[in-house]
Design a protein around this ligand. Sequence first.
Ligand SMILES: NC(=O)c1ccc[n+]([C@@H]2O[C@H](COP(=O)([O-])OP(=O)(O)OC[C@H]3O[C@@H](n4cnc5c(N)ncnc54)[C@H](O)[C@@H]3O)[C@@H](O)[C@H]2O)c1
Length: 278
Amino acid sequence: MDRGKVKPPSPDRNAMPTDLESRLSGAPTLSGRVAVVTGAARGIGWATVQAFAAAGARPVLVDRDENALQRASAALRERNVDHRTQALDVTDEAAVDAAFADIAAWRGRLDVLVNNAGIALRRPSVELTRQDWQAVVDVNLTGVFLCARAAARHMLAAKRGAIVNVSSIMGLSGGGLYPNISYQSTKGALVNLTRALAVEWAASGVRVNAVAPTWVRTDLTRGLMDDPALVARMLDMTPLRRLAEPEDVAAAIVLLASDGAAMITGHTLPVDGGYLAQ
Ligand SMILES: NC(=O)c1ccc[n+]([C@@H]2O[C@H](COP(=O)([O-])OP(=O)(O)OC[C@H]3O[C@@H](n4cnc5c(N)ncnc54)[C@H](O)[C@@H]3O)[C@@H](O)[C@H]2O)c1
């Protein structure tokens, strides 16, 4: 028997959605796929866009910051990446539905959605106003639901698709270094939203997963990173003794979005240097 060759699938494995040999080769399997990333103009979202481009996907950059979107688009144009930008606030229901209809029509497909847009208001819980609370819930939780719902309308019809939500280690732990209740609550909710949508949509070939990154140096954490004593405590709490880079998170997102993860759904993958393993 030629051990180097992969056997063709037996009839009872015909349901496997993708080609086994290409999955085992380790090569990116996102060629030509339309991959939408929210909060794409900077930070983790921008790293994810670039990782998708490197894997052969066609990124769609969604962000509410139009100037930053234009800068990102210019960088992709220089590299001849087939892409599209979409100025959008993910909390605007009607705009989300209209945008995803346009995106699905752009190349006639919608394969991947990364729900990455997120905000934080780090204040003591007793000082957090209802408006503060609601603002974070609107972006971090309702915005994720609205985008997932809009994308799924197209994915369920096509009977294929992958959604990756960006949670946080703060969605799987109580934090402790500073108060961040609305952030922690919404990121925790994303873990179960991920499970529930995964179960609901599995029969239609749509997978839903999440990543839970540790601290990453981005605009979102600038205030925290200015405090060397706080950063030292973060490192102390991280077995790998470093913070995550945006590319660390992007790599995990691309994995969950690709056919290499064809049997993974409903899972939240920590990208945390061992923080949650302790
Ligand atoms: N940076 C970290 O340490 C860290 C750790 C764990 C999880 N995360 C999560 O990763 C995601 C990205 O974080 P980041 O650090 O890259 O943040 P960032 O602030 O650098 O970038 C966020 C992007 O989202 C966009 N955005 C915000 N609200 C939006 C809205 N309503 N509609 C559309 N776009 C919107 C912003 O314009 C910005 O471009 C967030 O969900 C965040 O909670 C970050």
